[in-house]
Design a protein around this ligand. Structure first.
Ligand code: WTA
Length: 662
């Protein structure tokens, strides 16, 4: 980590100028009248109750899970190790399916699915979803997949992706969903790290009219020489989605439809320990390879369901559209587990927002009439750029609540979202959370919290944030600092898969005994929180977390590259863009090499990590102790330092000499 840019106070100074705290939007009266939590007094009362007696509070909320064996203790907290609902047994798929059917709600629509090819649409009731999950679960068991084993899922956004997740949960297998945009290298790394025994994939998926080569990427991943030890993956299940030709390896590969044929539709759920892992999800950290964030069964589910109900004020007739892909945590918690545990109807769309044209989302809203719409600020900025002509004339009146997640939202985009998409009548929930937190941690409650564009406002009940300095002491209100969480919560990560040391070191060591979120934050005079970017070298590109070191490692694995440094620079749609500086060991600087390097990063990580700017350098600027001066490179990348033509070899040490004090 770079000591020149991450002190909390510096970050606060940098960002204070972009804040607009003067505009306050009270919750719309009509909304508050019907909301379950309809006043700030209600919020305060619930918050205080959770703070006064956390065990009693979470015990009450855990009653809604189907317990096969009751727990004996709510929380065992041995920092940083938490056990929630100790000794209990339950099953996540039973919580999302069986209990709704038992309550007589089997005919309620669970999933409305819209494919990218126009006209493709399916409706699936809770009863049908249950049957399909049971069949697929039985299929996985027949292949020999056992509770506790890891299954990778690399699929397009089809109902079968949700079915695959719930089927793993049903038999106690641990799913590891890999976003469909990742490369075969990334799949191989994740399979290896998790020791996955099976991969569930599809022949392809539709993205902007093209069929993604999902099965081919899986084949490539499995054909790579084993990293160490033998290949752990024994089975590949393939959903037929696009119909493109694929190779099926005899004895290893099986079609989804063959696997489920004749399977029972009432496979019983396996009683899993509260702390049995439900899933792992890889995310980028500031060092090395992505880390497998581990979430367990009961606490995660209680958190997913409770936060979904609080933040989205879920009602019986809601249709909830969270636009995230299940490859990210938002898709885990607010496509699958949260809304389904709450018995809601969800809308899933397979493809891109601009396929076949930039009006697709608004057309879907007009046709399917979702009531809640939850997306990322980067998407909102794209909609703004694409222009009003795609929105005008569309009926968006079904919407009653809007949400954002993944990065801070700039006030301009917030106001546009409020006025154009929300028709000034929908509250906006700007939700701050992380892969590690399992679910939303800070957010307005739509019926009661006055909102300020750009602030995630206040913590949810049970969440105890603090802003501290580098010595771990709370800073004064109004000052910037590191955001930490001082109390455990049911949805918290339980570790990094196979790396306890890294778990302790990353989250719990710099401010001992408190969870270090990795974000800078500041609390204003009303107690509202403002998130101000990362304290480490993690980039947030279009709402996706990327590690600069991962991108650098990918670059130096190319034969022409000697050294590489990756930094973020401001980008008006993506929030941040990736800029890289490379020194060469061979080859000629120029456009051909730039293309080759972009292709290489795409192969090593995936399209989302491909650098926007490539600067060739004769030498990289370093401090006397040999550390690359990232602050300087960030300035160059953002155009704050002029260096002329970037395809010739620049000597950035010339700039560095002027700053020997850095
Ligand atoms: C950032 C996504 C500001 C933050 C759920 C965090 C946000 C990282 C917000 C986690 C928000 C997420 N305002 N920043 N509302 N939401 N972030 O793990 O830096 O993909 O640490 O989880 O995104 O990203 P992740």
């Amino acid at each position: 980590m770079d000591p020149t840019h991450n002190t909390p106070q510096k970050a606060a100074g940098r960002l204070a100028s972009v804040m607009q705290e003067d505009r306050v939007f009270p919750p719309p009266l009509e909304f508050s009248k019907q909301a379950k939590i309809g006043s700030l007094e209600d919020y305060q009362r619930i918050y205080d109750e959770a703070a006064r007696d956390p065990d009693g509070f979470w015990h009450a909320r855990a009653q809604s899970l189907p317990w096969m064996t009751p727990y004996t203790k709510v929380l065992d907290w041995n920092p940083p190790d938490a056990k929630w609902f100790v000794g209990g047994r339950t099953n996540a798929s039973a919580a999302c399916l069986d209990q709704h059917i038992a309550a007589g709600r089997g005919d309620k629509i669970a999933i409305v699915w819209v494919g990218e090819p126009v006209g493709e649409r399916r409706e699936i009731s809770y009863r049908q979803l249950h049957a399909e999950v049971c069949q697929f679960a039985a299929g996985l068991s027949q292949l020999g997949v056992k509770a506790g084993e890891v299954v990778s899922i690399y699929m397009p956004m089809t109902p079968e992706l949700v079915i695959a997740m719930l089927a793993c949960a049903r038999i106690g297998a641990v799913h590891s969903v890999i976003f469909g945009g990742f490369s075969s290298e990334a799949i191989a790394d994740r399979n290896h790290d998790a020791k996955a025994v099976a991969v569930i994939t599809a022949d392809g998926g539709w993205r902007r009219g093209a069929a993604l080569p999902l099965k081919k990427n899986v084949d490539e991943a499995l054909n790579k020489p084993a990293i160490d030890g033998p290949q752990t993956v024994k089975h590949v299940v393939v959903l037929k989605r696009t119909g493109q030709p694929v190779e099926m390896v005899p004895g290893r590969d099986v079609w989804w439809h063959d696997l489920v044929a004749g399977m029972p539709t009432d496979t019983p759920p396996v009683a899993m320990d509260s702390e049995a892992p439900l899933f792992i999800l890889y995310t980028s950290g500031s060092t090395g390879k992505p880390k497998g964030i581990k979430h367990t069964t009961a606490g995660y589910l209680v958190w997913a369901k409770t936060t979904a109900e609080w933040v989205f004020d879920l009602r019986e007739d809601d249709l909830f559209w969270c636009t995230a892909d299940c490859g990210w945590i938002t898709g885990h918690t607010y496509v699958t587990y949260g809304p389904l545990a709450a018995g809601a109807s969800i809308l899933i769309y397979e493809g891109a927002p601009n396929a076949p044209n930039e009006g697709r989302f608004w057309e879907i809203i007009e046709q399917e009439k979702p009531t809640i719409f939850y997306t990322a600020p980067t998407a909102i900025r794209s909609f703004m750029k694409w222009g009003m002509q795609h929105i005008q004339g569309r009926d968006l009146s079904s919407l009653r609540l809007l949400g954002t997640v993944g990065e801070g939202i700039n006030p301009e985009a917030w106001i546009w979202y409020h006025e154009v998409i929300g028709g000034k009548r929908c509250p906006i929930v700007d939700t701050w959370w992380q892969t590690e937190t399992g679910g939303i941690m800070m957010s307005p409650l739509p019926g009661c919290t006055p909102t300020k564009p750009g602030s995630c406002t206040l913590p949810l009940p049970g969440v105890c944030p603090e802003v501290v300095d580098a010595a771990g002491n709370p800073v004064d209100q109004g000052e910037g600092g590191w955001l930490v969480l001082t109390q455990p919560w049911p949805g918290m990560l339980r570790g990094i898969w196979g790396d306890d040391e890294r778990f302790r070191e990353t989250y719990w060591s710099r401010v001992p005994g408190k969870y270090l979120a990795g974000d800078n934050a500041r609390q204003d005079a009303d107690g509202y929180y403002w998130i101000m970017g990362r304290i480490d070298d993690v980039l947030n590109v279009a709402g996706h977390r990327l590690s600069t070191i991962e991108i650098e490692s990918a670059l130096v694995s190319h034969p022409a590259v000697a050294e590489a440094a990756a930094v973020g620079r401001p980008h008006d749609v993506k929030g941040e863009a990736v800029a890289v500086f490379v020194t060469l060991s061979s080859g000629e600087p120029g456009d051909a090499l730039k293309d080759a390097l972009r292709k290489h990063v795409r192969q090593q990580i995936g399209a989302l990590a491909v650098p926007d700017d490539i600067h060739f350098a004769a030498v990289l600027p370093k401090t006397r102790s040999g550390k690359i001066m990232r602050r300087l490179l960030r300035d160059v990348a953002a155009g704050r330092e002029t260096v002329g033509d970037t395809t010739t070899l620049e000597d950035y040490t010339v700039l560095a000499k002027l700053r020997d004090d850095d």
